[in-house]
Write a protein that binds this ligand. Structure first.
Ligand code: ACO
Length: 401
């Protein structure tokens, strides 16, 4: 018979790296991350400079094309997006059948996949021009789908796109415009949104981006690949952490605000509880995005005149954890999503929508990585395994089991 241990020998050398902790999956020119020194660069530009000086549309261009745009390139990119600033009417019927209670990430992933039916050109991509065209189409339509999930959650009718506005303003209006009310753009809110989207725009080979690349490596279309990325992002160990953080802060507040008790709970290995928004696979010093967001959260709450107990609890939690041997020795620091939920909440965005906001920010990263993977002609992603199951055995009839 077949001796599986011999078969195993025949497969040659296989590296086993659970969770790909030390395995590079690709060569990339897009984002550089120095986990030991807490540094992040988009196409060579430090995140601190980008967050302070750039805007989300420009960052999308930078990630997709590799350089900051000239004025003409910027205008033409904006025009390309504006051309697709609508979604087919039939898609609204799909939105209508979801219950209001549905989690927005499930709705978003389904709607994104459904887009393939109405935009076949984005499925059949053969040249760089096709890729750039599919990217602009996806960028435009995705902001609608994200806004739709918000309107659904609130039980409000959807708003149409407005080409007189920039990308973030347009998204803001599609979310927040109320029927029969005059609409105002609040510059503080739009500025905060822009910054958050920039900070989430790309982060090299994280779980959702690797998913988008993996699915796309089978030459699956852009919309379907992104839909898979949305599902990966949903999990609480990844993008879903922003929702989980606020729920945790609310729980601590309702429980009397005893921060030390929850730090102890997170250290207890018999308890599944983790300090959400803490720890990162690559950052072993601090997450530079968290530093920027913490300051922005403080500024925005002040500017909007909001007092949020969750911010106090978050800061206390950070203080206690960063003095604790458990967190220090494991190099666990607040990550990008420890403070982002506090800003989303101040902007009037419901908790279940937080990860959708992350998805909108991460979209240009997903698309740029997908584009890079296709242009580099990366091979299909297909990891190996080390088999440790049963040896060869004979089938046993049902009556004899
Ligand atoms: N609370 C308590 N202990 C933690 C935490 C935490 N948040 N994170 C890691 N640890 C502990 C682990 O239990 C482990 O301890 P051990 O060595 O005694 O077994 C050690 O620190 C190393 O953790 P791993 O889980 O092996 O690290 P990994 O790189 O696999 O996971 C992750 C990283 C998923 C981010 C993890 O830190 C975590 O679950 N954090 C909470 C969820 C979260 O905030 N996710 C968002 C990440 S950022 C993003 O995706 C946007």
């Amino acid at each position: 018979g077949i001796d599986i241990s011999k078969l195993r020998d025949q497969t040659g050398l296989i590296t086993l790296d659970l969770g790909y902790k030390n395995t590079g999956a690709t060569l990339s020119d897009i984002t550089y991350l120095d986990g030991d020194n807490g540094e992040l660069y988009y196409r060579g530009y430090p995140i601190e400079q980008i967050a302070e000086k750039s805007n989300f549309t420009e960052v999308m261009y930078l990630l997709l094309h590799g350089e900051l745009p000239t004025s003409d390139q910027f205008q033409s990119f904006q025009k390309g997006i504006n051309k697709y600033n609508f979604v087919a009417d039939e898609m609204k019927k799909i939105l209508d059948v979801f219950p209001r209670s549905a989690h927005p990430m499930g709705v978003l992933s389904s709607l994104t996949s459904a887009l393939t039916a109405f935009n076949p050109r984005a499925v059949d991509v053969n040249s760089k021009e096709d890729l750039d065209h599919a990217a602009e189409m996806m960028i435009a339509k995705f902001s609608h789908l994200c806004a739709w999930t918000y309107r659904k959650k609130l039980g409000l009718p959807i708003n149409h796109g407005d080409n007189s506005l920039n990308y973030v303003e347009n998204f803001y209006k599609m979310c927040f415009r109320r029927p029969n009310e005059e609409f105002h753009l609040d510059p503080i809110v739009v500025g905060a949104l822009d910054k958050l989207l920039i900070l989430h725009a790309d982060h090299e080979q994280n779980c959702s981006t690797s998913t988008v690349r993996m699915v796309g490596s089978a030459h699956t279309g852009l919309f379907a690949s992104v839909s898979a990325g949305i599902s990966a992002l949903w999990g609480p160990l990844h993008g879903g952490a922003n929702q989980a953080v606020i729920e945790m802060l609310e729980l601590i507040e309702q429980d009397g605000g005893d921060v030390a008790k929850y730090v102890e709970k997170a250290k207890n290995k018999d308890d599944n509880f983790r300090l959400m928004g803490f720890g990162h696979r690559v950052y072993k010093n601090f997450d530079p995005r968290a530093t920027i967001i913490k300051k922005a959260a403080d500024d925005i709450l002040n500017a909007l005149g909001i007092e949020d107990k969750a911010l106090d609890i978050a800061m206390q939690l950070e203080r206690v954890a960063l003095e604790d041997e458990y967190f220090v020795s494991r190099k666990l620091y607040p990550n990008v999503d420890f403070y982002s939920g506090i800003i989303y909440r101040a902007l009037g965005i419901p908790t279940e929508m937080f990860t959708v906001m992350f998805a909108l920010g991460r979209l240009p990263g997903w698309i740029s990585q997908w584009k890079e993977m296709r242009l580099h002609n990366d091979p299909i992603g297909r990891p190996r395994q080390v088999y440790q199951g049963a040896q060869k055995r004979d089938y046993v009839d049902f009556s004899a089991r």
